[in-house]
Design a protein around this ligand. Sequence first.
Ligand SMILES: O=C(CO)COP(=O)(O)O
Length: 254
Amino acid sequence: MRKNIVAGNWKMNTTLQDGQALISEIVNMVQDEVTGSQVEVVVCPPFPFLSVIGKQLPAGGRFHLGAQNCHQKESGAFTGEVSAQMLQSVGAEYVILGHSERRQYFREDDELLSQKLKAALAAGLKPIFCVGESLETREADETFDYLRKQLQDGLFHLSNEEFDQVVVAYEPIWAIGTGKTATSAQAQEVHAFIREQIARAYDAQAADNTTILYGGSANAQNARELFSQPDVDGGLIGGASLKSRDFTEIIKSF
Ligand SMILES: O=C(CO)COP(=O)(O)O
């Protein structure tokens, strides 16, 4: 079901102690300041902190726990890896998959991501599946062809029931960590395009029900304008999710 979501991707940042202090501030501020609005908050700390941070989130409320990655296999001799089932067992409800940093630095391709998606869904996790073009692709005017292919090869192999569980995040690579955010018009244009592709691959109802988040230098100043766009259902926030005041302001932007 389509929701408003603000998700914080901490990436490889904080210590446990700093992360605990951060989440405690965020929970307090959000509980004091965010009233009425239905926005869901997903916190995605590094693997070792999931369980502890998860316990700091008030149960049954707007806060949910997410992971930043998972392995494609259920279990076995894969030293250093973390399965979707493990994440589920420590309280994660979401998992980010297909982030451009994973695609770029860890060579994750559509085939591997398909397997990861299946593993996450089998474990009962909701994937936050990221797509987004590079600056080169945008400047070559190939953004829509690129995104169409990324969606078709990476995501649209899922059944209707599986796709129902997926949140899509549009993260233009040129906007991630660069301070160069997409304009609200650019974000809206791509989000509407993604929704149209979902309608073609599944149906109009699936398209209407899908939550599509924007990520890439979203901050307390630009969130309201981005979230006011009809097809932007929230944000996947990197840098600004590490500052309690900024992250809370973003959550308040709905
Ligand atoms: O990659 C992102 C979230 O997954 C966005 O990062 P920034 O908000 O730091 O640009």
